[in-house]
Design a binder for this molecule. Structure first.
Ligand code: NDP
Length: 285
């Protein structure tokens, strides 16, 4: 695999490429399966080593497909999966993790996240995560969809939370008010999910098109998807995990790393997608 220059560092020293791959809705359709597998493999070759999945996605079908895609290449990949809050008790994580490992056809998950906060006390979930780590079934743990107050609580019960995976894109900038800084100041990496606005209106926006027309990559004129990613990746401490299910989209997304947005671009984006001026609750999908 190639080496990606832009990286983030976990607080245990592990360095990861700042661009990875999402897999929500992957593995749901038989006729898409070979393209989806080819796309993940193309991504690994391009150095997008971080693959994000979850037991929830397609009730295990995403993990299953990821397992197939990484067969024989486990060491090239940094594998992230997530446990549902309903499985986040001490015993629950034991069972859920083993089921995920079976589907992923591997013996260790690199980073295991609590998908969102539910009814189980955080202290119990953290104890469960640490037991999994001690047994060698996971290397590290983290959380997802945690707002600033949740982060303060999790830090009280465990100091080893490595990452917080949250919604972050031009359309959802609320976390710029406090959460992004909060996590960065504690060495907790932000994983930005749905950075492409799920392929919706964001990619058709007039300002996005104008900015794309001013940039190019080794693949040719830049696209709005590349601008959306370059914007998320302009910050330090952020690992973006766009999902792409064709090798062409995947290559396009990887080439976003070649784009440096100018002050003029950033100002135009601030005008079209204003940054927050007050605290709002963390949005989630
Ligand atoms: P994204 O913002 O990544 O958008 C994905 C969509 O964008 C797909 O329709 C994809 O189409 C399209 N797309 C990808 N590349 C391009 C391109 N170059 N040009 C045009 N369109 C493109 O949305 P997701 O919601 O999938 O978020 C990414 C990942 O984040 C998820 O897959 C999941 O792993 C994670 N996630 C985590 C959540 C959490 O609660 N922790 C919640 C939501 C997501 P195509 O498939 O055809 O390539």
């Amino acid at each position: 695999p190639e080496d990606i220059q832009k990286t983030v560092k976990l607080k245990n020293g592990t360095e990861l490429p700042a661009l990875g791959m999402g897999t929500w809705n992957i593995g749901d359709r038989r006729d898409r399966r070979s393209d989806e597998i080819a796309s993940l493999r193309a991504g690994i070759d391009l150095g997008l080593r971080v693959i994000d999945t979850a037991e929830m996605y397609g009730s295990g079908r995403s993990e299953d497909l990821v397992g197939e895609a990484i067969e024989g290449r486990r060491d090239d990949v940094y594998l992230v999966s997530k446990v549902l809050p309903s499985n986040a008790s001490f015993q629950g994580v034991q069972k859920a993790c083993r089921t995920s490992l079976r589907r992923l056809k591997t013996d260790v998950i690199d980073l295991y996240l609590l998908h969102w906060r539910g009814g189980v006390p955080l202290e119990e979930t953290v104890r469960g995560m640490e037991a999994l780590r001690d047994e060698g079934l996971i290397r590290d743990w983290g959380v997802s969809n945690f707002d600033t107050d949740d982060m303060e609580e999790i830090e009280e019960v465990g100091s080893d939370c490595m990452a917080n995976q949250i919604l972050y894109s031009l359309e959802y900038r609320g976390t710029e008010y406090d959460l992004l800084e909060h996590d960065a100041s504690r060495g907790i990496v932000t994983m930005a999910y749905s950075p492409l606005g799920q392929g919706g209106d964001l990619l058709k926006h007039r300002v996005m098109r104008e900015i794309a027309s001013r940039h190019s990559t080794s693949l040719g004129e830049a696209t709005t998807a590349q601008i959306a990613l370059a914007w998320v990746l302009r910050r330090e401490n952020i690992l973006a995990i766009p999902k792409a299910s064709s090798p062409a989209h995947l290559r396009e997304n990887a080439a976003s790393l070649e784009i440096g947005l100018t002050d003029e671009d950033l100002a135009a984006l601030d005008e079209a997608f204003p940054p927050p001026h007050r605290k709002t609750r963390l949005a989630m999908l």
